[in-house]
Each structure stands twice: as C-alpha cells, then as structure tokens.
Design a protein around this ligand. Structure first.
Ligand SMILES: Nc1nc2c(ncn2[C@@H]2O[C@H](COP(=O)(O)OP(=O)(O)OP(=O)(O)O)[C@@H](O)[C@H]2O)c(=O)[nH]1
Ligand SMILES: [Mg+2]
Length: 481
C-alpha cells in the first residue's frame, strides 16, 4: 500500500515533483466567490469545507486528500481567491527573465513576500502550485467575462504547472462561449464542471482530461481513476453490510418488561410498546449515521440528520404505503395469508402492536380471514413464578415491516449518494411512491420474504449470505456505480 510519504524514487523534473509514484495534487484557484471551495468539496467528497456566498470565505489554503484503504487517490487544495493580481503580475514582469525561468520568479515572489500581509492570499494560493500541484482555474460562466481576470491567468501561466480551466455556473445566465474564447488562450483544456452535481461520471471525465495535461501524470491519474471506482464499490459494499445488520437486528429484536402479579396493566403494555418502537427507531438512526459516515456526509444539518425522511415516522401509515408493499400487492403475493390462517400465534404474541392498522387489517380482510385489531394487541406474559414474570414483545412478526425498513434504508442511501458534498442546504428527501418499483420486483420480493421469515423465527439461522446478495442487488438498482 503506497503511503503518503513512502516515495523513495528520484524526482524527475518540475511536473514530476510530488507526482512520481504518488498521488496527483491539484490547487483549485480563481477569483473570490466563484465556487472554488464548492468544487474542492465535491471532488474531495468532504462536506466539512466552508462554503458561503460571502467573498473571501476561504482565507487559508487547505489540503484535502481523498483516500481509499489508506491510499490517497488525489489531493485537492482549497485556496483563497486572488486579491491583488495586477500588482503581483507587475512584480513578476519587472523581473526580466527568459520564459523557461518564470517559475523561479514566482518562487522568488513567494519568498520575498511570505511575511507580509499584502499578498497573503496570493501566497497561500501560489504555494501549493509551486510545491507541485496542478492548477484548476475556476470561473463563473453565469457572469460575463472581464479583462480583470487576465492578470490572474497570466500569473498562473508564470507558474509553469499543468493547468485546466473549469467553468462553473452559479447563476442561470450563460456566458460560457465568451469565457471559452478567452480561457482557451491561456489553458489547453477548458471544461464545464458543476460542483452541485455528484455524478461520479463527471469526476471520472475530469480525471481523464487531466491525463492529457502532462505525460508524467498519466500513470498516477490512471491509478486514481481505478481507485475512484474501487472507492465507490467499497462504499456500496459497506453500506450493504450496514443495511443487512439493521434489518437482522430489527427483525430479531425483543423487548422485555418485568411485571408483578399475573397480568400486565395497560400502562405497562404501552410502556413496553414504546420502548420497543423507540429501540427500532434507534437502530434505524444508527444505521443512517453509519451510512452518512461511509459516504462522508457527516455535517448534514442537525435538525435533519436525527429525523430523516421529513419526519415520516418509521411507524406511520405513509411510511408503510411508500416503502412497504401496498395492500394490493400483499393480497396478490399472498404474503399475509399464512399469517392470517395461522393466526395468529405469531401475530398474537409479538410485534403486533406495530401493525399498521387499516393497512394490515384491510389486506387480511381482503383474503377473507379478518383478524380484529384488538385481538392483535395482546402481549405475551412469560415466566413461571410469581414475582419473576415479564411482558415480552418481539421478534417482529409484521410481514410488511422489513420492506418498510429496507425501503427507507435504500432511499436514504440513494439520497446521500446523489448529494454533492458542496451542498449546505437541508437534505431533501422528497419521497416518491414509485421508488419501491426501482428495487423490488416479484422475484426479489419472493426471495426476500424467505429470508425475512427465517429471521423472524427465533431459532432461525443468522447466516446472512443470501440476504447480503439480495440487498446488494437492491442497492445497485438505486445507486449509480
Ligand atoms: N447554484 C449554485 N451555486 C453555487 C455553485 N457553485 C458555488 N455556488 C455558490 O456560490 C457561493 C460561493 O461558493 P464558494 O465555493 O464558497 O466560492 P469560493 O470561490 O470558494 O469563495 P471564496 O472562498 O470566498 O473565494 C456559495 O454560496 C455556493 O453555494 C453552483 O454550481 N451552483
Ligand atoms: Mg472558498
């Protein structure tokens, strides 16, 4: 595994410094408030970066590596915007050197001004470039081109590092053709890049374009592209583990409450039911946090993170109808017929208070074996001796429940993987009722039902190999690889 400082080869010239056998580095530079930090956040997949519409938000350069298995794919530098480009350019031009020595003048500029505040921002942004980073020059294509950018582009040319221009669109207007005409004179490659879009293809394309910038970058960049694909696959695989664990734990969960006397009071039953539901909610929230961590979305707005899915409770009717099987589907697949016929030992004992009222009642009624909801709300009193009795609920017998859980988990994963790390607004989870059709077909439902049944039974096997495969299949239907 190549570690960050594990390079013992000789450097081979300027462009190769920090590149040989090492990850590529890019400094994202430009005018203030053009989306530099947004581009870094999206490429480095880091949602901790400060982004705001106040110019001058970024005041220090910051390095952000994107890692997989301790190996760095590439490293981005977020930098402050140019403040005094004309003055800097004047200084550079006052040094009469042949073109091939210009980078030395830039180094000299940094050296001479490193202790002064006047060029603080320029020094911050030039330093990573002179340390070997490639240049990504960012402009806002929704604003007209202006000559004031020319000093910036000229300075970057003096750095003699491979460079590319990226046109971002902060607003709706489009001045990209005039930008392309101007940028094309300073940069060999000019690309559009939208940091609010997290489509991995956009990022591959960018990396592939970089390969054309410098022959020496080919190998490390091609390696980055491979690692990038691996990273996404690895995250999908780990997300699957989280979701499987969530479902297994939820389906097998039991909650107990000690009681005195022969029977439990209504208050005790309500208490146990609450504890059970809360425990299930906790399992779901924990899984969501794990998925946030895996996909590096750890700074989601706090009021949203603990109560995702727009306050749609795990136990609400809407949740059931959106993520679970609809009444018609349950009747058609005959999933509930067994439960209804066998009444209900299973249903009477456990999990039943979570049944989703009308939905389940209706479905059971429709297959001709209506079980009154009151009958389902019994709980199980266990224990032989006076004083050691307890009330027990679980494992979950509701046939619809695992589909609701799985649907919600897949939806959350889908929403996070679609979300750019440059976004700072609330996580929008606008569910649509067709979502289920993307991951659940008849064949998958049948196979899942078998697995869920096994899990619900107390003695069931906890070998999750088949469940793992099924859930991975569902994930690949909702997450772009
Ligand atoms: N709609 C939209 N907004 C964007 C886009 N890129 C950046 N923004 C917004 O533009 C503003 C500035 O973005 P930053 O990424 O902070 O810009 P910056 O160039 O790093 O700014 P400084 O650090 O101040 O130089 C923020 O409010 C961003 O949300 C974009 O592609 N679309
Ligand atoms: Mg910034």
């Amino acid at each position: 595994m190549a570690k960050k400082d594990g390079n013992h080869r000789q450097p081979k010239g300027l462009a190769m410094q920090n590149m040989t056998n090492k990850h590529p580095k890019f400094a994202v530079v430009g005018h203030p408030n053009k989306g530099k930090s947004s581009i870094v956040a999206s490429l480095a997949q880091d949602d901790s970066i400060k982004i705001s519409d106040t110019p001058g938000t970024t005041t220090q350069s910051r390095s952000l590596p994107l890692e997989v298995d301790g190996e760095i794919l590439y490293e981005l530098y977020d930098t402050p915007g140019f403040q005094r480009p004309r003055e800097v350019l004047e200084w550079l031009r006052s040094h009469d050197v042949p073109a091939h020595k210009r980078a030395d003048v830039v180094r000299e500029f940094i050296n001479q001004h490193k202790n002064s505040d006047r060029f603080h921002d320029e020094i911050e942004l030039l330093r990573p470039i002179m340390d070997g980073a490639g240049i990504l020059y960012v402009v806002d294509g929704s604003k007209p081109y202006g000559v004031e950018y020319e000093a910036e582009m000229e300075i970057l040319r003096w750095c003699m590092q491979p460079s590319m221009a990226l046109i971002n669109h902060i607003g709706k207007s489009d001045y990209s053709s005039e930008w392309r005409a101007a940028l094309g004179q300073y940069f060999r490659i000019v690309k559009s890049y939208n940091p609010m879009n997290s489509d991995p293809r956009q990022q591959f394309e960018l990396l592939e374009a970089m390969v054309q910038l410098d022959e020496n970058w080919r190998e490390p960049l091609q390696r980055s592209i491979k690692l990038f694909k691996k990273l996404r696959e690895q995250r999908v695989w780990q997300s699957k583990d989280v979701i499987v664990a969530e479902i297994v734990e939820s389906l097998r969960l039991k909650e107990r409450l000690s009681i005195k006397g022969e029977s439990a009071s209504d208050a005790q039953k309500a208490n146990l039911e609450n504890r059970y539901k809360n425990h299930l909610r906790e399992i779901e929230t924990r899984a969501q946090h794990q998925i946030e961590k895996l996909w590096h979305h750890t700074h989601l707005q706090k009021e949203i993170a603990p109560q995702p899915l727009n306050d749609l409770d795990l136990f609400s009717q809407e949740s059931a109808s959106i993520f679970g099987l609809t009444r018609k589907e349950m009747v058609m697949t005959g999933m509930l017929t067994g439960a209804a016929a066998g009444a209900g030992i299973d249903l009477l004992f456990a999990g039943h208070t979570l049944l989703l009222g009308g939905l389940i009642g209706g479905a059971v009624g429709a297959v001709g074996a209506y079980v009154g909801f009151d009958e389902l709300s019994e709980m199980r009193v266990l224990g032989q001796q006076i004083g050691s009795r307890y009330l027990e609920i679980g494992p979950m017998q509701n046939r619809n429940f695992p589909y609701i859980l799985l649907g919600r988990a897949l939806y959350y994963l889908h929403a996070l993987t679609q979300r750019s790390h440059a976004k700072r607004d609330k996580l929008a989870l606008d569910m649509d009722s067709d979502f289920k059709d993307r991951w659940l077909d008849d064949e998958t439902a049948k196979a899942l039902e078998k697995q869920f049944k096994m899990l619900r039974s107390d003695n069931g096997s906890i070998d999750t190999k088949e469940l793992d495969e099924l859930i991975l299949k569902c994930i690949t239907k909702v997450v772009t690889l």
